[in-house]
Design a protein around this ligand. Structure first.
Ligand SMILES: N[C@@H](CCC(=O)N[C@@H](CS)C(=O)NCC(=O)O)C(=O)O
Length: 100
């Protein structure tokens, strides 16, 4: 699916985070490029992330500006057979800008 992947994927992570590793592994397996944004020691960014995602844990994954949740939600999309389509969707012109 590599050639078909068009989505803008951003993953907010910290250094010691098994779920972050699992999420990145799944994205790698799907051949999906992503931007990794580390939030260690970045309190302001982390506060924004809680507001934007509604969750306090990492990783937090955004696809085309929309929060999809953490590794569990990413894996659920994969199990439901929906992840390829999500990763192949192009960002819309009015996609929410993420902070980095
Ligand atoms: N269900 C979440 C679990 C994420 C999770 O527990 N992440 C850990 C780091 S690997 C975390 O943020 N722990 C700190 C906390 O729970 O406040 C997911 O799949 O992403």
């Amino acid at each position: 699916m590599d050639a078909a992947t068009r989505a803008d994927v951003a993953i907010y992570t910290t250094g010691v985070c098994p779920y972050c590793i699992a999420a990145k592994r799944l994205l790698d397996q799907k051949g999906a490029p992503y931007r990794e944004i580390r939030v260690d020691d970045r309190d302001e960014l982390r506060e924004w992330l809680v507001e934007a995602s509604g969750q306090r844990t990492v990783p937090q994954i955004f696809i085309n500006g929309a929060s999809i949740g953490g590794y569990s939600e990413l894996a659920d999309l994969q199990k439901a057979g929906k992840l390829d389509a999500v990763l192949a969707s192009a960002p819309s012109a009015d996609a929410v800008a993420l902070r980095e």
